[in-house]
Design a protein around this ligand. Structure first.
Ligand code: ASP
Length: 506
């Protein structure tokens, strides 16, 4: 029975996971027939209209017609028409590998022109890894790909399965969000920002360094369009399959770790990449006599890409403290705010790309390819081909310093200056203001004091030929005037003349 309202088509790709599991003598195992047994009897998933089967490419050459269902009318005055394609082998997601990721990616590719969106049903254990992997594998994606699962089976009495699946289905069938996303517990996340944080709570995933792309409530979905990344190249959707997970490892640093342990991992035959989970902002013990640093330097020399990510959930790995800088100097790549899942899959992705040099891989690890790291990192290292002027590393970090000064945020100023690699005290903005100029008209004179204590020049003039002292006087910041004078500042002779002339004119 046709409806007068429009419908979008969504392909559900069933890979396994708790959402479809049923009890067996060995415990819960994935069960087939999900659409028929799990969705059809539920009026939230089925408006009873008995739509025709939908065509599904079950591999690159085979088209099959599979039973379809239609949701009741959504808040957006449309239906979602969908079918479910079950993989021949349904997995507990703890067993998924790069081959499974390719299988999902190829299914999306084979059906890309047939559907408006895709929902991938998957166990939660490795869901953040799969979401991250797919985000890199699906290049120039123009349609929503939403991964979800549940903490309890759809056949259980108390379960999150219906909410997670219905939310995913409605978003995939309504909004053209061209990203690989993970939907769980009323929130849509960028897939490569997620991490599993609970083995039992319905709130099983977090995206610690990136806000949700959308939230759903009784009012419907509220999409944060400002956050949505869109493909900017004039290029068609393509799949880059077969990540090289076989030659990467992940190691968590702990107090007392023996350098030989790290060396042992770094000497695994064929190893090409290591994700090092370090403390805080990227710190690791250097080992007695710097032995750990030497081991790492030697591995980098052998061509192993080592990426530094934090064991902390929020914040970023940067050359803030000496140990992180030492690692950086030994050739370790700063992973900024990448999750371990994103770092591992991204490195596996880059290592599998044909013809990428070591330098290119390390460079790409430090820029955002799919929104997997915060954009300030992009500003530091990317060179967009768009023709728009881009900031140098120094300019972008200096901009951050400028905002911190304007906000009077002494702590951030100190942090930026402690990790300074770019001569921030000598840097200038577009109007050739130094940090001291900015602080002289700022809101917190402790910031100015800090800059002066670090030896920042008080005599440098900006493009308008003004000293910081002149600016402080102009805005009436008498405390700054006193401080600058105390530090030896005086008005430039031209300023004296101008002031004198102006006074004379008046
Ligand atoms: N072990 C299950 C899996 O990841 C857990 C889940 O689905 O939540 O497949």
């Amino acid at each position: 029975m046709a409806s007068q309202y429009p419908e979008n088509r969504v392909l559900i790709i069933m890979t396994g996971g708790t959402i479809c599991m049923r009890p067996s003598p060995e415990g819960l195992v994935p069960a087939r027939g999900f659409l028929e047994a799990g969705m059809k009897p539920n009026p939230s998933f089925n408006d009873g209209s008995k739509p025709d089967p939908l065509p599904v490419m079950t591999d690159a050459n085979t088209e099959e017609y599979l039973p379809s269902l239609r949701t009741p009318l959504s808040t957006y005055s449309r239906h979602v028409r969908y079918t479910s394609f079950e993989f021949p082998i349904l997995l507990d997601s703890s067993s998924i590998s790069s081959a499974g990721w390719s299988q999902i990616a190829n299914t999306i590719r084979n059906n890309y022109s047939r559907y408006d969106g895709f929902v991938v049903l998957h166990g939660t254990d490795s869901l953040a890894y799969t979401s991250s992997a797919l985000s890199f594998m699906l290049s120039d994606l123009g349609k929503p790909v939403i991964l979800t699962g549940s903490q309890a089976s759809i056949f259980a009495l108390q379960s999150d399965a219906v909410d997670n699946l219905l939310g995913s289905l409605i978003i995939a069938g309504t909004f053209t969000i061209p990203e690989v996303c993970l939907f769980f517990n009323e929130a849509l996340y960028r897939g490569n920002r997620t991490t599993k944080v609970s083995a039992s709570s319905f709130s099983a995933f977090a995206s610690p360094n990136c806000d949700p792309l959308a939230k759903i409530s009784a009012m419907g979905a509220e999409v944060n369009w400002n956050l949505i990344k869109r493909p900017t190249a004039i290029a068609g959707f393509k799949v880059i399959p077969d990540l090289d997970t076989a030659h990467v490892a992940c190691l968590r640093i702990f107090p007392g770790i023996k350098p030989e342990m790290i060396d042992g991992v770094l000497r695994v035959p064929g190893l090409r990449g290591l994700i090092l989970e370090t403390f805080g902002s990227g710190n690791a013990p250097s080992g007695e006599d710097g032995s750990l640093t030497s081991i790492i330097r030697a591995a980098v020399k052998r061509g192993i890409v080592i990426v530094n990510v934090s064991q902390c959930q929020t914040g970023s790995v940067s050359p803030l403290y000496a140990p992180a800088t030492v690692l950086g100097n030994a050739g370790v790549v700063f992973g900024h705010d990448l999750t371990t899942e994103a770092a591992l899959t991204k490195l596996s992705f880059l290592l599998a790309l044909p013809g990428l040099s070591y330098e290119e891989i390390t460079k790409q690890m430090q820029i955002s390819l799919r929104g997997e790291m915060t954009e300030t990192a992009k500003l530091q290292f990317s060179h967009p081909a768009s023709g728009l002027p881009s900031l140098t590393d120094q300019q972008s970090v200096f901009t951050a310093l400028g905002y911190a000064i304007a906000a009077g945020n002494l702590e951030s100023v100190i942090q930026l200056l402690n990790g300074d690699q770019f001569d921030l005290l000598g840097a200038k903005d577009y109007a050739e203001n130094t940090a001291v100029h900015l602080a002289a008209v700022g809101t917190n004179n402790d910031v100015l004091r800090e800059l002066l204590k670090r030896g920042a020049s008080i005599h440098v003039r900006n493009r308008a030929a003004n000293t910081p002292l002149f600016l402080a006087g102009k805005v009436g910041n008498q405390e700054a005037v006193g401080l600058l004078r105390e530090a030896g500042a005086h008005l430039h002779i031209e300023e004296v003349e101008t002031v004198g002339k102006r006074n004379h004119d008046m």
